[in-house]
Structures are given as structure tokens and as C-alpha cells.
Design a protein around this ligand. Structure first.
Ligand SMILES: NC(=O)C1=CN([C@@H]2O[C@H](COP(=O)(O)OP(=O)(O)OC[C@H]3O[C@@H](n4cnc5c(N)ncnc54)[C@H](OP(=O)(O)O)[C@@H]3O)[C@@H](O)[C@H]2O)[C@H](O)CC1
Ligand SMILES: [K+]
Length: 503
């Protein structure tokens, strides 16, 4: 799915209206019907629920007016509130004029805000994508009142006061919604941790926006869905053998962190690599052979950390990082790997930390490598803390562009920046996966996919990120959030990949 800017969203509305020979009011009616149906079918409004619909001066307010009208006609006791404004959009004005006689609109008075019961439902239709500045005065007072009410707040399109694709100054009044109902496509703001408390649980409601226009709108950000990836993992040919899917080499583990090597190895095996060889320090030999008998094990001459780079000739891809530690000799191995490898690389964890600590190493990273930092590792990599989540995305893009690498930023909606500056957000996964070992599993899985020569670097990364999160989602019913371990993710990699397989 494409992530559109507010300007592009407006253009899409206009193009839809033109292509479908409808009026803007028709589109507003569709949007509001979708919201009304969600309130009735999903939120399951009761006839005795206290309902407040708060409307602003633009088309977001227009949506709210229609929702209020729909609910009123369906017999729900709606209280309709209008934000005082000097100017209203034409459609908002028209919807006000068409309110049914029994539905009285009341002006919001900042000095006399109505009491809202904790069990009430509030529909926030104050401002949408037309927000042009932080909320002040009556709007800000109302938003703070709503946020303190304990009511269930449902935001139409976007929580009022929140910019769709840019940060707002600190301490601005922004609606803290329980649910955000947006139309057809998500907004960048929904995907960033700093906005989680405003956006709540977000849903996309289809309103028949023109698919051709969406297809033709150029964007540099995507929210990647299962539908878009299905079929992109090639089926295994009938006469395939273990050589077909590549031989992966993993360099991982140090004393006390052999588990990371085990998890990454198991994930690489489950990710479909034809052969997996893992090099561990001597201390890890028995552990790895017992816990991952399908993998071959190379033992380093050192007991506690990796100090040797094996001959790379047999391997289709190399992964390095999980549980590695940052010993000087290990760093020399990383350096030689970066200098000599001619196959795809996956760099994670301490490999990234060493790149951060030694910028001259960073310069050696070959274009096309796949890096998988979490935000702290990414900060070490770029050597500068991000001002906010938007700035971090700029840094991510910049890093990928500068180095020619594919760079992941792990999180609830893991982002991937491609060298051309395009950002892809992953749509799978759950908070149960935020625990130790989860990243090691991702590295192993990505390594398997990078070893598969049939996949482009981009497809390998997108498929791996998706399947990793999906495996966590498939594990969840068996484990619960707290009980979800990295090894549970490993267990469901196979089924997750199977869902993506096509001809
Ligand atoms: N996307 C779709 O498919 C559809 C969206 N719809 C809905 O329309 C809104 C966008 O409507 P728009 O009228 O463009 O914008 P708003 O409703 O957000 O409001 C704009 C007006 O508000 C004024 N404004 C902006 N910021 C402030 C502020 N901080 N304080 C006070 N007033 C503010 C703005 O004034 P300007 O001075 O900036 O011009 C405008 O007057 C979208 O979000 C959807 O809900 C359609 O209904 C259907 C399809
Ligand atoms: K809103």
C-alpha cells in the first residue's frame, strides 16, 4: 500500500470524484457511511451509549456531521458539537444545512465544556488532513477535555491535531484516540512509535478511491501487505536439490551468547537455505551440533570468540553478528569479510556496533549488503541521536542512499530503506516478539533468503521481514504475548513462508 502525503490524498479525492462522475459530497457520504458502519458493527454501539460527535470547520467536520446524522436516523442519542470557526468548507456548510430537524448542533464553548461520561463514545471529526498548524484556543481546550474524559474516542481519518506525515511541536494538543478510522490508505504518522498514544488501534475503511490513480501516484513510502508479497517467494521446483537454494555461512556467537548463534542457525535452516554452515568459537561446538544437527559447524581456534574467517568460496551468502561480541580479533574478521566477500552479506548486532565504533570499517561495507539494526544500533551506526521518529527515517534513507545498502530499522512497523531512498514498512508482528533472540532469528531468516539466488535483494528483505513477523503472529495463539520466545518464531517460519509462495 502506498503512503500518500496530504496533498496527494487531496489529489486522489479529486481524481476519484472526476473518474467516477460523483460529487465531493458523495465521497463524503461514502466515508461517513463507512465510519458509521464501523461504529455499529465493530464498536457495537448500544442505544443507551452516550455519544458525542465533535465537528470542525473542514471536510473532516463534514464527515462527522454525516456520521451524526446517520446515527441519529438509526435511533442513537447523538449529541452534536460544532467548533466555532469563521470559515467552513463548502461541503461542511452543506452538511450543516441538511441536518435533520431533531438533531440540534451545539456550539462548543471553551468556558463551559460539556461533561463527558467515562463510558461515552466520542467521534473526533475536528480536523483531518487539512490541519495546517497546531491546535489553539477552543480546539485545544476541547481536545484536552476529551483526553481527560475516559471516554472511548474514535478519530475520523486521523486524530485531530496530529500531522499526517510530519512531527508537531512538543506539548501540542492532540486527540488521544482509542481507534483511528482512516480511509483506504494508512498515513505515515500511524507507523511511528511517537504517535502510538494518539493513534490507538487504527483501521482502514474502503471508500472506493480510484485504484488507477493510486497506481499512478508516485510515492517513496510503502506499507507492505501480505497481498502484495504473496507469490513473490518462488515455489521449489520438483527437481530441486540442496544446491538449488544456496549455501549460507553464518558467523555468530561468543562465550555466553552461543544461543544467538543457535537461534540464527535454526532460523536460517527454517528459512529454506539449501545448506547452512555456522562458525562459532570452540566453546559453541557441542551446543550448536546438538541444537541444530542439520547445520554444519566450523569451530574457531579460539575458545570464546571468533578470530578466523573461513574460505568464503563455497558460500552463496554470509551473515555475521548475532552474539558475536566485539573482541579486537573478531573485528579483524569483520574487516576481512567486508574486504573480501563477493556474495550478499547480512550484518547484525555486534557487527553493526563495530561499524558504528569504527567508521573506517563502515566505509568497507559493500553496496547491496543488508543491515538489520534496532534503533539503538542504528544510532551507533550513524553516530547521532535522532530528534524524533521522522528524523530517524530521514537518517535511515540517507544511510541507505549513501552506502548503497539495504538498511532495516527494527520496531513495531519495521522499516526498510532501499538504496534508491524508498521506504518500506512491514505490516506483521506483535509485541510478544519484543524479547531477546527475536533479532537473531530475523538475521538467520534473512540470510537464508539472501542465499537464494532467485530472489532480488529487495524481495529477500521484504519477504524475510514479513515472514518473521507473521511467524510471530502464528506463534502467538500458542504462547501468548509474554510466553512468546524467539524459538517459537523459528517454529513458525515454515508456515509463514509457505503463505508467500507462488509459481
Ligand atoms: N481522504 C479521503 O478520501 C476523503 C477525506 N475526506 C475528509 O476530508 C478531510 C480533509 O478535509 P479538509 O477540509 O481538507 O481539512 P480539515 O477538515 O482537516 O480542515 C481544514 C480546515 O481547518 C482549518 N484549520 C487547519 N488547521 C487548523 C488549526 N490548527 N486551527 C484551526 N483551524 C485549522 C483550515 O484552515 P486554513 O487556515 O488552514 O485554511 C481549514 O479551514 C479528511 O481528513 C477526511 O476526513 C472526505 O470527506 C472524503 C474522502
Ligand atoms: K479527526
Amino acid at each position: 500500500m502506498k503512503l500518500l502525503s496530504p496533498v496527494q490524498t487531496r489529489a486522489l479525492d479529486q481524481a476519484t470524484i472526476k473518474a467516477q462522475h460523483i460529487t465531493s459530497i458523495d465521497l463524503m457520504e461514502r466515508a461517513a457511511s463507512a465510519v458509521t458502519n464501523w461504529l455499529l458493527d465493530e464498536l457495537r454501539l448500544d442505544y443507551d451509549t452516550e455519544i458525542h460527535v465533535c465537528c470542525g470547520p473542514g471536510n473532516n467536520g463534514g464527515d462527522g456531521l454525516v456520521v451524526a446524522r446517520n446515527l441519529h436516523r438509526a435511533g442513537y442519542p447523538v449529541q452534536l458539537w460544532l467548533l466555532p470557526a469563521t470559515r467552513h468548507s463548502a461541503d461542511c456548510t452543506q452538511q450543516q444545512q441538511q441536518l435533520p430537524a431533531g438533531l440540534a448542533a451545539q456550539q462548543i464553548d471553551p468556558d463551559n465544556l460539556t461533561t463527558i461520561a467515562a463510558g461515552a463514545v466520542v467521534v473526533d471529526a475536528l480536523f483531518g488532513t487539512g490541519l495546517s498548524r497546531p491546535l489553539e484556543g477552543t480546539a485545544a481546550a476541547l481536545v484536552r477535555h476529551l483526553n481527560g474524559s475516559g471516554a472511548t474516542v474514535v478519530a475520523v481519518d486521523i486524530p485531530s491535531g496530529l500531522y499526517a506525515d510530519a512531527p508537531q511541536p512538543a506539548d501540542c494538543a492532540v486527540v488521544r484516540a482509542d481507534y483511528t478510522l482512516s480511509f483506504e490508505l494508512p498515513k505515515l504518522a500511524f507507523l511511528l512509535p511517537q504517535n502510538a498514544g494518539f493513534v490507538g488501534d487504527w483501521r482502514l475503511l474502503p471508500i472506493g478511491l480510484d485504484p488507477e490513480v493510486i497506481h499512478n501516484t508516485p510515492v517513496d513510502m510503502h506499507f507492505v501487505t501480505a497481498d502484495e508479497l504473496r507469490g513473490r517467494l518462488p515455489k521449489r521446483p520438483k527437481f530441486s536439490h540442496k544446491g538449488t537454494f544456496g549455501h549460507a555461512l553464518l558467523l555468530a556467537g561468543s562465550k555466553g551468547k552461543i544461543g544467538a548463534a543457535v537461534l540464527a542457525t535454526q532460523a536460517c535452516l527454517r528459512g529454506g537455505a539449501g545448506l547452512v554452515t555456522t562458525q562459532v568459537p570452540a566453546v559453541g561446538y557441542d551446543i550448536l551440533q546438538i541444537s541444530a544437527p542439520e547445520a554444519m559447524c566450523l569451530t574457531d581456534s579460539a575458545t570464546d570468540c571468533i578470530t578466523e574467517l573461513p574460505d568464503l568460496a563455497p558460500y552463496a551468502a554470509v551473515g555475521i553478528g548475532p552474539g558475536l561480541g566485539q573482541h579486537h580479533d573478531t573485528r579483524m574478521v569483520l574487516r576481512r569479510l567486508l574486504q573480501t566477500a563477493r556474495v550478499p552479506l547480512v550484518l547484525d548486532a555486534d557487527a553493526l556496533n563495530m561499524l558504528g565504533a569504527y567508521p573506517e570499517l563502515q566505509k568497507l561495507v559493500p553496496p547491496g549488503a543488508l543491515l538489520t539494526p534496532h534503533p539503538k544500533e542504528f544510532e551507533r551506526l550513524v553516530g547521532e541521536p535522532a530528534r524524533d521518529d521522522y528524523h530517524r527515517l530521514d537518517q535511515l534513507r540517507d544511510f541507505a542512499g549513501r552506502t548503497g545498502c539495504y538498511c532495516v530499522l527494527k520496531g513495531a512497523y519495521t522499516a526498510l530503506a532501499a538504496p534508491d531512498g524508498t521506504l518500506y514498512f512491514n505490516s506483521t508482528g506483535n509485541p510478544g516478539m519484543a524479547s531477546g533472540g527475536s533479532g537473531d532469528v530475523l538475521t538467520g531468516l534473512l540470510l537464508a533468503l539472501r542465499a537464494d539466488k532467485r530472489l532480488s535483494p529487495l524481495d529477500a528483505a521484504l519477504l524475510g521481514l514479513h515472514a518473521h513477523g507473521r511467524a510471530g503472529d502464528l506463534a502467538l495463539p500458542h504462547t501468548g504475548h509474554a510466553g512468546l520466545l524467539a524459538s517459537d518464531i523459528v517454529r513458525f517460519i515454515g508456515p509463514a513462508l509457505e503463505e508467500l509462495m507462488g509459481e
